[in-house]
Design a protein around this ligand. Structure first.
Ligand code: GLU
Ligand code: MG
Length: 437
């Protein structure tokens, strides 16, 4: 059924939500060059239909300009028109990138990284989510029952994600009640964030069509297993080799990867304001949940905020190709553009300063004494969004990554979000975020 098809021009904002405008199918060609106008005050939206204080008046507008390569059109439903959209760049009227565009933030970070290192950045997200309003009773963790209970859903999802061309790799049950996980192959540069954004929207849409709701909220209820959005990443040199890997170095981490790890570890606490950016994020983040609670680095260690994922392959060339790093703090209330931008910039800082590889930790850092942690240079991650914002404010390097207007408006949105959530019980907080994310 293509009757009545609309095409959405969509962008991912500070709070990681897709906002959009739509045109009928026969109008899209005419909109490809300059897109549609949008009042920038909308960038001050919290997740809860309330604007944060912002510097933008009623006049100021940007163009939301569709990026042709992001075209997504999924046509698998008999009872609904295709799900058709483009991701957009936010541009000023003179065609420049708008300084507060989240996509532009990551684009700039990639350019700086490439200028400094000559390398490309390759990444993939793991998407954990919970199916709500699922009529089928919960099944035990990781079981065939858990996935076959929703076989119709996973069938539609697999079809839809295949049409979306996001490099789908796995669709599986997770540990939590009605919790599932989807992963994609890594992609270079901007496409890594685009795949994540598209994948989440398709997961939501497929659920919607069947009368479920898929939520990526970090915690669907206070005692639920958390939903993470871990990021796997590596670097490619100009010959397409994995520049993160060097068999002659400690933990097989190349020199550039060692500096990168050091930069990320050093700025980890401050970047939580970007990677774990909601009040509800801090019900997930913490030790003993495999979501990570300390600014630690380890090999294989799922309690480390940043870990090396070695390959099980005994073939050296294949092992080198598969070798990657994983950042575990992020959740899906964060914009993938901002998460990857912050990750790249934190690592880049380590490269510029040639910071030494931190000591790797092979136990749960929570089991170490405070003195042992301090000897290893491990600190607890923030325990609230307010603390994370204070840490970002105190980290002059992180603070300088965003242009001042972007930084100030981002922080204003996040502070307003804290205000809006401050009187909610944990239950109410989880419920509220589950409805939005
Ligand atoms: N659900 C965990 C989290 O919140 C991650 C579990 C896993 O390692 O897949 O990050
Ligand atoms: Mg998982």
């Amino acid at each position: 059924m293509t009757d009545g098809e609309i095409v959405l021009l969509a962008w991912n904002d500070y709070v990681g939500l897709m906002r959009c405008r739509g045109v009928p199918l026969n109008q899209i060609e005419a909109r490809m060059e300059f897109g549609l106008g949008w009042a920038v005050a909308g960038q001050a939206q919290t997740p809860f239909a309330q604007l944060a204080p912002n510097p933008w008046g009623p006049m100021l507008e940007v163009r939301q300009v569709p990026v042709p390569s992001t075209k997504t059109r999924i046509d698998i439903w008999d009872d609904a028109p295709p799900f058709h959209f483009y991701l957009c760049d936010s541009k000023t009227n003179d065609g420049k990138n708008w300084e507060c565009c989240t996509r532009g933030f990551f684009k700039n970070a990639l350019e700086l990284f490439h200028q400094e290192t000559g390398l490309e950045f390759l990444a993939a997200f793991e998407h954990e989510f919970t199916l709500l309003d699922d009529p089928v009773a919960a099944a035990p963790s990781f079981t065939i029952e858990a996935i076959r209970n929703v076989a119709r859903y996973t069938q539609d999802l697999t079809k839809a994600l295949t049409q979306a061309n996001v490099g789908l790799e796995t669709v599986e049950p997770e540990f939590g009640v009605n919790q599932y996980e989807v992963t994609s192959a890594p992609a270079v540069g901007l496409e890594a964030a685009e795949r994540a954004i598209i994948t989440r929207e398709v997961i939501r849409e497929t659920a919607r069509r069947l009368g479920y709701r898929a939520t990526f909220t970090p915690k669907a209820s206070p005692d639920a297993i958390g939903n993470g959005a871990h990021v796997h990443f590596s670097f490619l040199d100009s010959k397409g080799n994995n520049a993160t890997y060097d068999a002659t170095q400690p933990n097989n981490a190349s020199v550039v990867a060692q500096h990168f790890i050091a930069g990320v570890t050093r700025h980890m606490r401050a970047i939580c304001a970007i990677t774990s950016p909601s009040p509800v994020s801090y019900l997930r983040l913490g030790p003993n949940h495999w979501s990570c609670g300390y600014s630690s680095f380890g090999v294989q260690n799922r309690e480390a905020a940043l870990r090396i994922c070695p390959s099980p392959d005994q073939n050296p060339a294949k092992a080198a190709k598969a070798y990657n790093l994983e950042l575990r703090a992020p959740d899906a209330t964060a914009s993938p553009y901002l998460v990857l931008g912050a990750l790249v910039l934190a690592g880049l800082q380590g490269i510029k300063e040639k910071l030494p590889l931190p000591k790797s930790v092979d136990v749960d850092p929570n089991d170490l004494s405070e003195q042992q942690r301090s000897e290893l240079g491990i600190e607890p991650l923030p325990s609230s969004l307010a603390e994370a914002l204070d840490l970002m404010e105190a980290d002059a390097i992180v603070k300088a990554w965003m242009p001042p207007t972007m930084y100030e408006s981002y922080v204003a949105v996040k502070r307003t979000e804290i205000e809006l959530a401050k009187d909610l019980s944990d239950e109410a907080l989880c419920e509220r975020y589950a409805r939005v994310y």
